[in-house]
Design a binder for this molecule. Structure first.
Ligand code: SAM
Length: 254
């Protein structure tokens, strides 16, 4: 384990310091999560990061291994417990529901982590993740193919999720709004200029998986196409699209 305590495939001690500036919870995505939580009152949030998507009117228990991320939880949220998905420090059936948002693709042992979530939860397990088969459909693939190919391999399939939970799940596509405040790659579908910002890219862990010179080359090609108007010729209609239906999905146990 590193100094920061990061337990997945990404060292948040290195890339996490600006996370809460660029990855602010998007309320339209929060609404989708809340509608699935239903009547649940005690809810576990695994890989809670800086506390995004934690409804404040219910009793949330947050688990987060990275000290850099735990330190960015906003005032008013309960401190997160330093633990990992693969070894949750709770008795069986402790929570009404549990959730994990943008985290399962980073875990060292997905099967064990999902089995742990199932063990400690009486009701629904809710996972926000990306469907690997759709990741490379995004226009960013034209500019940064290796990044999206790596990304597609990190995300588990629906079948792997069901296998880990030992239960069937519904997959619900989550529309991404145009001015999405949570800066993951697809959130910039209609605002490509924002991907030119190094700190914005750093807040999407996939950019850390390629050599920095290659990443710079990808960004420079994107900048040239934005400046020349080539990007707009191909994709400019997305600047006015209220929503983008990409690879973002909620997987909810049935
Ligand atoms: C992309 S961040 C998402 C954070 C937050 N859920 C959000 O939506 O902004 C992924 C988080 O998963 C955490 N993580 C990685 N591996 C983990 C593991 N094995 N157990 C628990 N959390 C883990 C990381 O430390 C990081 O905070």
């Amino acid at each position: 384990m590193n100094k920061d305590g990061s337990a997945g495939d990404t060292d948040y001690g290195i890339i996490g310091s600006s996370y809460s500036d660029f990855r602010k919870p998007e309320y339209k995505i929060l609404e989708v999560i809340v509608s699935q939580l239903g009547e649940a009152y005690s809810v576990l949030n695994v890989g809670a990061g800086t506390g995004s998507y934690e409804p404040t009117n219910i009793n949330i228990t947050a688990v987060e291994p990275s000290s850099t991320m735990r330190a960015q939880r906003p005032y008013g949220l309960k401190p997160a417990i330093n633990a990992v998905a693969e070894d949750l420090p709770f008795a069986d059936n402790t929570f009404d529901a549990s959730m994990s948002i943008f985290s399962i693709h980073q875990w060292k042992d997905l099967r064990t982590g999902l089995a742990e979530m199932r063990r400690v939860t009486r009701g629904k397990v809710i996972l926000m993740s990306c469907l690997p088969s759709k990741v490379c459909d995004y226009w960013l693939y034209d500019y940064a193919p290796q990044i999206l190919e790596i990304e597609a391999k990190r995300f588990p399939s629906k079948e792997e999720i069901e296998d880990g939970l030992n239960q069937k799940v519904n997959s619900i596509q989550v529309p991404i709004p145009l001015n999405c405040s949570d800066g993951f790659n697809e959130a910039y579908y209609g605002r490509p200029e924002l991907l030119l910002n190094k700190k914005a890219r750093q807040s999407c862990s996939s950019w850390g998986f390629v050599d920095s010179r290659l990443a710079d080359e990808y960004v420079s090609n994107l900048k040239n196409d934005i400046d020349s108007g080539k990007w707009d010729l191909r994709y400019g209609n997305l600047r006015q699209a209220d929503f983008y239906l990409g690879s973002l999905y909620l997987f909810v146990t049935i």
